[in-house]
Design a protein around this ligand. Structure first.
Ligand code: ZN
Length: 680
């Protein structure tokens, strides 16, 4: 592993932060924390922590000895001094004399000794940093180190690799007991440069930021060298007794998996990975042994669950067998989870309630892996950690056989409130775990609809003819932007397959793209009429058809939403080319409700009118207002409520329909009240 310390960069950190009244110790602590956090082979997604012992002024202006230690769950890659809250060191050190200390008392003692009461909670490993005397302490969950420690004879292996330079600490859950044990191991030989905590990670110490960091890189490099001397080919490919010759593509497999998961737990977003090392891993003959072991370090368990689900290999054209096989595997997985929870709950005599028993990682031989989560970023984190676990297992299998922490310890970590607190509870919306696709999504109503669904917590795919505009709207909400001409049936299919590949399936589709054509019906050219039918009718059909194809594969219901128009129920003179296909689209909506209701797929429409958009431009508003002899504002609010209707009002109606589980074949009018267009 490369040492990325540069004196010049360190000096520039010190200078930059000095201007913000951050002392040199803290500035350099930020610098090397970022170096560690930027290396995924060391830590991922808030893992690991660092500290520095320094002097800061308290509220009385008195110099106070403090420990600045990473805030719990903070990401080191982008840390700022505020992410390393200061805790008075004296009271923390005194706690080393206690025989025992509950988690609640530990957290409280840390909080009451903070210089800034609004700062984040310090790391769950704060006491370990406080008890050791060193100025700088770095802690990571380095893959290479875990490959050595996560073995039956991990201790012996580490002893051989690190000699007496590192103290070895047995596995203990993070917290007071581990902190005491670490101090004990250090005191037995104060010449050590750091500590290896078996099946957890590595700590290195230093008088300077550079020394602690360089020792981390040095020790990890030693571990990497040892792994390189191991076997070259670690995951022997399976003899294919049952392995199908042709594997079904991910866009066919994912909806089946996602639907089965939704049947036993919450609806989740899925993130697919299929890099060569992932494929080697899931195709390995011994996947059933090493794949089921469990996480590499305790704080991963809250993201991935204790174990992944292993599905059968999906044969091209044989998805029924895949569905049945996965259903069996999932049923076993869930009943094992229940039994496991009950067993450990009894043993630990706790009153904890069970977390939903669904896997957050699914391994599919022949295909790759899926991370699952309540949101797309959560799913990506689960997938990232699964890939890291694969790297650790690959290293471990090269020099021995991978072994995770014992099941009881895994349970303790998974259900530890201090770990779970890292997940936070905010940000869950009514549609978290749901996947939504919106067409014509870069325009006024479309973009407002994208934002409205994203605000409910859904993962949203933004489809528009203009790919750059689609990407711009998607970037706003962290969604997926796809260029798609909805009048091209094949393009629609490709776009939906991309949505499935990105998120695992689809739950709600807003078929919004449309365009206005005018002409007196007896004179208008067939070309205009047909063009309008392509966009205002057949495109809705192409979108709906692809949506139900995926929803049927999921078998978990779904929701189709169409943007109808006033023209469909209250035609305007010379608007035939627009109104006729819109009337057909309204009938289409009802036909889908009729044909797919028994599968739990709902179909509804929003009838909006007089919304400023690409269809009703500023110039058109001006011309119409003038023709009626009213102001533009009067024209726009010419409805029963006397209020202008906005794209956001229409977006709200789409969300409301999506959230109305017993409503289908309905039209929701959003026009401020227009009795001539009221549905009868
Ligand atoms: Zn740790």
């Amino acid at each position: 592993m490369k040492n990325l310390w540069f004196d010049r960069e360190a000096r520039s950190f010190a200078r930059r932060y000095a201007k913000q009244r951050v002392n040199r110790d803290r500035a350099l602590r930020v610098y090397t924390s970022r170096l560690l956090g930027g290396e995924p082979a060391l830590v991922l997604h808030g893992g690991g922590n660092t500290s520095v012992k320094t002097i800061m002024k308290d509220h009385m202006g008195q110099d106070t000895e403090v420990l600045c230690v990473k805030g719990s769950g903070r990401d080191m890659a982008a840390i700022e001094p505020e992410g390393l809250p200061a805790v008075r060191l004296g009271p923390l050190r005194e706690m080393a004399g206690l025989k025992r200390l509950s988690d609640a008392d530990m957290v409280n003692a840390q909080r009451v000794n903070m210089l800034d009461s609004t700062a984040p909670n310090p790391s769950v490993e704060t006491l370990l940093h406080a008890f050791l005397p060193h100025k700088f302490i770095d802690h990571t969950h380095a893959n290479a180190v875990l490959s050595l420690t996560n073995q039956k004879d991990g201790e012996k292996l580490c002893r051989r690799v690190f000699g007496k330079r590192m103290g070895l600490v047995p596995y203990i859950m993070p917290g007071f007991d581990l902190s005491r044990k670490a101090l004990e191991v250090y005191e037995a030989d104060p010449s050590v440069e750091g500590l290896i905590v078996l099946k957890h990670g590595i700590f290195t110490f230093g008088d300077t930021a550079k020394q602690a960091y360089s020792r981390m890189i040095g020790m990890v490099t030693l571990a990497e060298r040892r792994l390189k001397k191991g076997r070259k080919k670690v995951f022997a490919a399976g003899k294919p007794p049952k392995r199908p010759k042709r594997i079904a593509p991910v866009h066919d497999v994912a909806p089946v998996l996602r639907g089965l998961v939704a049947a036993v737990g919450p609806r989740l977003v899925m993130d697919f990975r299929a890099a060569p090392h992932v494929r080697d891993f899931v195709n390995g003959r011994d996947l059933g042994r090493y794949g089921r072991q469990g996480t590499a370090t305790p704080d991963h368990v809250i993201r991935t669950g204790a174990h992944p689900l292993i599905a059968p290999a999906p044969e091209m054209g044989g998805l029924d067998a895949f569905r049945k096989g996965t259903q069996r595997a999932l049923a076993r997985f869930v009943s094992d989870s229940h039994a496991n929870f009950k067993r450990h709950k009894r043993r630990r005599k706790t009153r904890k309630t069970e977390i939903d028993p669904v896997a957050r990682v699914i391994l599919v031989p022949g295909l790759g892996l899926f991370g699952l989560g309540e949101s797309a970023p959560d799913a990506a984190i689960a997938a990232d950690i699964a890939e890291t676990t694969i790297a650790v297992i690959a290293g471990a299998e090269a020099v021995g056989a991978y072994e995770s922490i014992p099941a009881a310890d895994m349970f303790d970590a998974e259900y530890w409130p201090l770990e779970r607190a890292k997940l936070g509870d905010g940000g869950r919306g009514t549609l978290s775990g749901h996947v939504v696709a919106v067409t014509g999504a870069a325009g006024g109503i479309g973009a407002a609809t994208v934002r409205a669904f994203a605000a409910e917590g859904a993962a949203v795919a933004v489809l528009d003819r203009d790919v750059r505009a689609a990407r711009a709207v998607a970037a706003e909400i962290g969604g997926l932007g796809i260029g798609c001409d909805v009048t091209d049936g094949r393009a629609v299919r490709r776009a939906f397959d991309r949505v499935v590949k990105a998120y695992g399936g689809i739950d709600i589709v807003v078929s919004n793209a449309g365009g206005a054509w005018q002409g007196t019906i007896g004179e208008v050219s067939d070309k205009i009429l047909r063009d309008s039918f392509e966009l205002n009718f057949f495109a809705h059909q192409a979108v709906a058809k692809n949506a139900v194809r995926i929803m049927e594969a999921q078998g978990a219901g779904g929701c189709l939403l169409f943007n109808a128009s006033k023209q469909a129920v209250n035609p305007g003179r010379d608007f035939g080319p627009y109104g006729l296909p819109k009337a057909a689209a309204l009938a289409l909506m009802r036909q889908y409700a009729l044909d797919y209701g028994d599968q739990g797929i709902r179909s509804n429409a929003v009838n909006a009118d007089r919304i400023r958009s690409g269809l009703l431009t500023g110039d058109m508003v001006k011309a119409r207002a003038r023709a009626r002899g009213v102001s533009q504002a009067e024209y726009m609010s010419g409805n029963l409520l006397r209020q202008e209707v906005t794209a956001e009002d229409v977006a709200r109606a789409f969300v409301d329909l999506a959230l109305s589980p017993k409503t289908t074949a309905a039209v929701l009018t959003v026009d401020g009240g227009n009795i001539a267009a009221a549905l009868r």
